[in-house]
Design a protein around this ligand. Structure first.
Ligand code: PAZ
Length: 313
């Protein structure tokens, strides 16, 4: 197995429901009028690498989906239509606010005439109603489409399908690639069919995933505004790696973040410059979200890009 992106798609089977997802994507994008500022694909959450075809064990990538789900909300709030491509069971726009809650703690049990029913507890009711309203409005007005993945392969197939329809929007499309996609995988033809026996230490050989940003930028959506993310744990690598990605893939922007400070600080890296967006401790304590400032900044860049065709300013 080589590292070529075409080989990857030739050898990794597509998800069973790919045609259905492609249809949903096409309908959604065709439905968007000139009234929306643009259409953004937000990818969110981590991908898994199955170790067996009948998967019992898998390697996972870190990401709760917080960055992606909050960002999706701010794009919606600012007049964009959003395709939210997320990892199953990672957090989603609007419902994310209740995801740390034990489901039963939100409910109250009532019993009348020997009939039991559950209702949302008064403590949560208003807040849930507010978020539910925003979520349902976004779906009803067809401003939000949610599509899910679990494995790396599902993610990459869906990513390419989404690009095929977004390409029709040219400069109006934004790709905001916040998902943590694995760099390594086990090709399906090398995978054990059944659960790997525990009779001895297994030898698992991982292959490098082809760098999909390359065909994405140059072939799939050559006119779109493409933002990738770079996550590091070694600060000395963060900016050099972000710059390296821009040079290799020639897209518009890299948002660089460190694992432990990602909620408080990011660095926006373009060909021309790099600068930080950060929250003070006070802003953090007041519950402010860094994504508000990231998205405001990106929207200015995207609007400028649409007017002037700039790569980035
Ligand atoms: O989903 P989350 O809020 O827990 O984390 C977000 C993130 C750190 C995964 C994202 O900001 C990011 O950097 N994504 C790209 C990861 C990568 O370099 O592959």
């Amino acid at each position: 197995m080589g590292t070529n992106w075409e080989e990857f798609y030739a050898n990794q089977p597509p998800p069973n429901d790919l045609d259905k997802s492609a249809e949903l994507l096409k309908d959604f994008v065709e439905h968007q009028s000139e009234n929306v500022k643009g259409v953004v694909l937000v990818t969110s959450g981590g991908t898994t690498i199955p170790l067996e075809l009948n998967t019992v064990r898998f390697v996972d990538n870190f990401s709760a989906g917080t960055r992606g789900s909050i960002s999706a909300e701010y794009f919606l709030k600012n007049g964009y239509a959003v395709i939210f491509m997320y990892r199953v069971k990672s957090v989603q726009p609007f419902s994310r606010r209740f995801s740390n809650q034990n489901f039963f703690d939100i409910l109250e049990l009532s019993e009348t005439d020997n009939k039991r029913s559950a209702i949302v507890s008064a403590k949560y009711s208003n807040h849930i109603a507010e978020e539910l309203f925003k979520y349902r409005q976004a779906l009803k007005q067809r401003k939000l489409l949610e599509i899910s993945f679990t494995t790396l392969s599902e993610y990459l197939w869906l990513l390419r399908s989404a690009c095929q329809v977004l390409a029709t929007l040219k400069h109006r499309a934004i790709l905001y690639l916040a998902a943590a996609a694995s760099d390594f995988y086990v090709p399906s033809n090398e995978m054990s069919v059944h659960k790997i026996p525990s009779t001895g230490p297994p030898t698992i050989s991982l292959q490098l995933v082809p760098k999909m940003l390359k065909p994405l930028v140059s072939l799939w959506v050559p006119k779109a505004f493409v933002i990738s993310f770079k996550l590091e744990t070694d600060e000395t690598l963060l900016i050099p790696k972000a710059r390296g990605a821009l040079e290799n893939y020639n897209h518009n922007l890299v948002i660089a973040n460190m694992l432990h400070t990602r909620k408080q600080q990011v660095v926006l890296v373009s060909r021309e410059n790099d600068y930080k967006i950060s929250l003070t401790n006070e802003q953090m304590n007041n519950g402010e979200e860094i994504e508000k400032y990231i998205i405001e900044d990106l929207i200015k860049k995207h609007q400028d890009f649409m007017k002037n065709g700039n790569k980035c300013s």
